[in-house]
Design a protein around this ligand. Structure first.
Ligand SMILES: NC(=O)C[C@H](N)C(=O)O
Length: 375
């Protein structure tokens, strides 16, 4: 059976649903294992390969993601209870490719309640998540969490039934990182495969291997060594990070994402608007370049919705350039994170020139240019 309790001494779990103010499906705790001196961590489980299983222990492609619940995930790693008191919450159980914009908003609100509300019951939150869109949730929470407590997002590349499944150790490392005092004040973190990265910079870089999460240019913040989190530098927040309050936001607007390539003409932008898009992100080629014909189509819609250009290279900067006066530049954010920030800004009612300022103003600190509003 997948994820049978690894040790005879695993305390019995208690299922309950008494976390005030939440709309959780169910909530587990290990009451008998409570230790007064340990911090309290809430594990929010969402599915993914870390909660996946297969008939075959060598299968790392044909398994079903999101089949194992939070109780089994925690029970498979009783060592968690040596570093933290643990509660578990099953937020959803699915492959992360199927997570919606509504999910991102929902889990951000849950994390804020768990950590930042008055009398917030937890010291840290760990989110178990599929890796395919893990960085989108991690960045969204990073940009919307109203306090300094740690949120760590973790996943796995091999299902729970695989030989050398990476999930259990990743989960232990995530909880260990979450309750390490020097994790406070660093923003949302991504922990997999012994490495700790900042949500704003870290992304999935390989479709199959366990060392997939990297922050190619800025590098990792730290690593785990014999189950201790080690940081290379004292706590600091990412350079361009800004935090927004989405507690009053009821839904994120539709924002579509288009990619640049030879022959891309972007005429589908009009279809996107007709389907209700309130903003558009273009994962441009190189440093955010857009084809001449593509730019013509962009210019047909910029008076109606903001268009932000990032880069499909997923590394480096897109800065304002004379050639694209009508388009907003994403700075250091990759396309999917750019999309998340644009959704947040639109949801908060910002107009196009305010959105431009939010994206481009921070870049002024090191690059000399004039922000010109083309609207
Ligand atoms: N490794 C994984 O978790 C991939 C899976 N498709 C997911 O994102 O849910």
């Amino acid at each position: 059976a997948p994820l049978a309790p690894a040790a005879a001494s695993v305390p019995a779990l208690v299922e309950r649903n008494n976390w005030k103010g939440s709309d959780v499906q169910f909530n587990i705790t290990f009451e008998s294992a409570r230790k007064a001196h340990l911090p309290k961590t809430l594990i929010m489980a969402t599915g993914g390969t870390i909660a996946g299983s297969s008939e075959s222990n060598t299968d790392s492609t044909g398994y079903t993601a999101g089949t194992v619940g939070v109780a089994a995930l925690v029970q498979a790693v009783p060592e968690l209870l040596n570093v933290s008191n643990i509660d578990g919450m099953q937020v959803i159980n699915t492959g992360s490719e199927s997570l919606s914009d509504a999910f991102a908003l929902h889990i951000s609100k849950l994390a804020n309640k768990a950590l930042c509300a008055q009398d917030a019951p937890y010291d840290a939150v760990v989110i178990t998540h599929g890796t395919d869109t893990l960085e989108e949730t991690a960045y969204f929470i990073d940009a919307t969490l109203q306090c300094d407590k740690p949120v760590v997002v973790v996943g796995a590349m091999r299902p729970s039934t695989a030989i050398s499944a990476d999930g259990p150790n990743n989960l232990l490392q995530a909880v260990t990182t979450a309750v390490t005092p020097s994790s406070v004040g660093r923003g949302t973190l991504i922990v997999l495969n012994d490495r700790i990265g900042a949500a704003i910079y870290t992304e999935k870089t390989h479709a199959n291997t366990v060392d997939t999460f990297r922050a190619e240019e800025p590098g990792y913040l730290g690593m785990l060594l014999s189950d201790k989190a080690f940081y290379y530098q004292p706590a600091t927040q990412p350079t361009f990070k800004k935090v927004y309050d989405v507690s009053q936001v009821e839904a994120l607007p539709r924002v579509d994402l288009f990619m640049g390539y030879q022959g891309a003409n972007l005429e589908l932008l009009n279809a996107s608007l007709a389907l209700g898009a309130k903003g558009v992100v273009i994962a441009g080629t190189g440093s955010g370049s857009i084809s001449d014909i593509g730019l013509e189509h962009v210019n047909e819609i910029v008076s109606k919705v903001p268009v932000v250009r990032s880069t499909k290279i997923n590394n480096g900067f897109v800065v304002p350039g004379a050639y694209y006066p009508t388009v907003i530049s994403s700075g250091v954010l990759n396309p999917v994170k750019t999309r998340r920030l644009l959704q947040i800004l639109l949801a908060l009612g910002k107009n196009a020139s305010e959105i431009r300022t939010e994206f481009e103003e921070p870049l002024k600190s090191f690059i000399n240019f004039n922000i010109t509003s083309a609207y």
